[in-house]
Design a protein around this ligand. Sequence first.
Ligand SMILES: [Zn+2]
Length: 215
Amino acid sequence: MTTYRLMMLGPPGAGKGTQAKRLAERFEIPHVSTGDMLRQARRKGTELGKKAAEYMNAGKLVPDEVVIGIVRDRLSEDDAEGGFILDGFPRTRPQAEALTEMGIELDAVVNVVVSDDEVVKRLGGRISCPNCGAVYHKEYNPPAEDDKCDACGQEGLITRDDDKPEAIRSRLSGYHEKTAPLIEYYEAQGALKNIDGESAPDEVTEAIVEELEAN
Ligand SMILES: [Zn+2]
């Protein structure tokens, strides 16, 4: 039986969340994103959920052992028997090793590859309304009237500090630093599938499916 125990990798702006959702629908497997999982565990009030909540409420990063426990619980649920798509986990090599130690093997790690310049282009064009927070994109999703918010009529849209090219480049260098050992780890296991993420979203989905079904 074909199982699709997958993990998604890709820089911010690569569209990996969108692809994960589409693959989940296509293969009828759950899309397991770390953020959703943490919120769910917190809502359910499990032991680990309560622990995670303490960190989240304090605005702190939830430590590895808590996240790993929550992932283990989630993947042992019935709907994950035929496979799953992990999104946002593992983020580091120790987390990846912990996953392997749990006895969870991945069939494929889908790495959505988008160049830094393309990410800067995608994320760098974001403009926000200082009044209501609506977000636009200079090129891909501009407001109807130049420099005016569609939602509230505010004039003078701004580029938030997070969306400035230098901020994006610094986030990207952090991303590459953290994921390089992860990529090496999965490459050595023969699980890594590099997919060109610069084409249209539909084409990216098809390229991923083709690659997975070829194996
Ligand atoms: Zn507005």
